[in-house]
Design a protein around this ligand. Sequence first.
Ligand code: URA
Length: 239
Amino acid sequence: MRLDRWLAVVAGLSRSQARSAIRSGQVQLQGQCVRQIAMQVDPGMQMRWQGSDHLFSESAQRYLMYHKPVGEVCSREDAHHPLVFDRWSVAEGQHLMTVGRLDCDTSGLLLLTTDGQWSQQLRKPGRHVKTYDVLLHNDLTEIMREQLLGGVELRGEAGRIQVCWLEQQGDRQVRMGVSEGRYHLVRRLWAAVGNHVVALHRSAIGAVVLDEQLAAGHWRDLREDEISLLDVSNSECSK
Ligand code: URA
């Protein structure tokens, strides 16, 4: 793990606070002052920060990319459907949480972690634009496009929800970006403009794209570069 990420986790700092603490010489690794934020720490290494010593172990936080298939639910229990957590042993699964949710009928990129603070940061509205591939029941019309890009009112919700961007890929196939994570948001947006979602797949969160090598139902650890992209990726609602 990189030193800046470990410090952030241990000290409850944001990644940028951790970086400036390291750069300004406040952190010691193995008794030596270190200023390289990207230095790799290995199990057994000791870090001193603000008078406390911390030992790095492999049981440090986990950050996972999962290709959720249609049919699984993101809850802890469900009488009728398999859970995404069933992919891990009970011991491992109980420490994992999903970063936001995908509904049962939606497939695609789901992040899981043991790091509650990281998950909370990522779930903040507007933090990252999520990319969805959508198969519609009816053809996309210009009016629908204008409504979605201009902002749509959803029943029972305050304010208008705006789609960040929308690309037509076929008469009934679109790719779109939304920056919020409300319940069934994409399906409700299309229903509000008189269409219906037939199939929904999330292909990216911010700049992190679902690995093409990852078949549905499979997962892997996020790479350091992907975790960094989520820290700093552009949160603007544009493409
Ligand atoms: N919008 C939806 O409607 N469903 C999801 O799973 C995610 C976004």
